[in-house]
Design a protein around this ligand. Structure first.
Ligand SMILES: C[C@@H](N)C(=O)N[C@H](C)C(=O)O
Ligand SMILES: [Zn+2]
Length: 177
């Protein structure tokens, strides 16, 4: 039906994953709406991996909630202009894996959608967002690592500076669009 390269609306492929695309609202670090539509777009190849991670988590009583997925390069430029810190935002001349439709910002919720405790909220651009930050509750660390284990088992990689950010380990086959 789809080719791995196709950019798809993930909600048309699965209804098991929740979406709260923060940049389609002003509930984000920038307090600004960047996207016109509240749609989660990813490469189909990446979507299949996300669905696998969600299945693993559903077996444990959780599911994924997506905060960000494909991001146009024009938005990357606007964000870079305000942050200019490569720990937290990819510079537009290199491009983000979000711009390839192969990175996703996700958190864990219970099956009924109830939030679970995590070390920080989305886009906390401080050391508290690091995957090595443990000066928070043991429950928050446990939930962060549960999320990461399911994502990594499904073909994603982590970055050190943001616990919610995961990228498809085959991202290089997808160009920036
Ligand atoms: C802006 C932030 N949510 C983000 O996505 N940062 C990563 C590193 C990126 O820009 O690729
Ligand atoms: Zn991200």
């Amino acid at each position: 039906m789809f080719d791995d390269f196709d950019l798809v609306d993930v909600s048309e492929i699965t209804n098991e994953i929740l979406f709260d695309i923060r940049y389609a609202t002003d509930r984000n670090y920038f307090k600004k709406r960047f996207y016109e539509n509240n749609i989660c777009i990813l490469r189909y190849g990446t979507t299949k991996k996300l669905i696998k991670a969600n299945e693993l988590l559903m077996n444990l009583g959780y599911r994924l909630k997506v905060w960000d997925a494909y991001r146009p390069l024009s938005v990357q430029k606007l964000m870079w202009d305000q942050i200019k810190d490569e720990n937290f935002i990819a510079p537009p001349w290199r491009g983000s894996i979000h711009n390839r439709g192969a990175a996703v910002d996700v958190t864990l919720v219970k099956l009924n959608g109830e939030e679970v405790e995590m070390p920080t909220d989305f886009d906390d651009f401080t050391y508290k967002a690091s995957i090595y930050y443990n000066d928070c509750s043991a429950n928050a660390v446990k939930n962060r690592e549960l999320l990461a284990k399911a994502m990594v088992q499904s073909g994603f990689k982590r970055i050190e500076s943001e616990w919610w950010h995961f990228y498809d380990d085959e991202y290089k086959k997808y160009p920036i669009v």
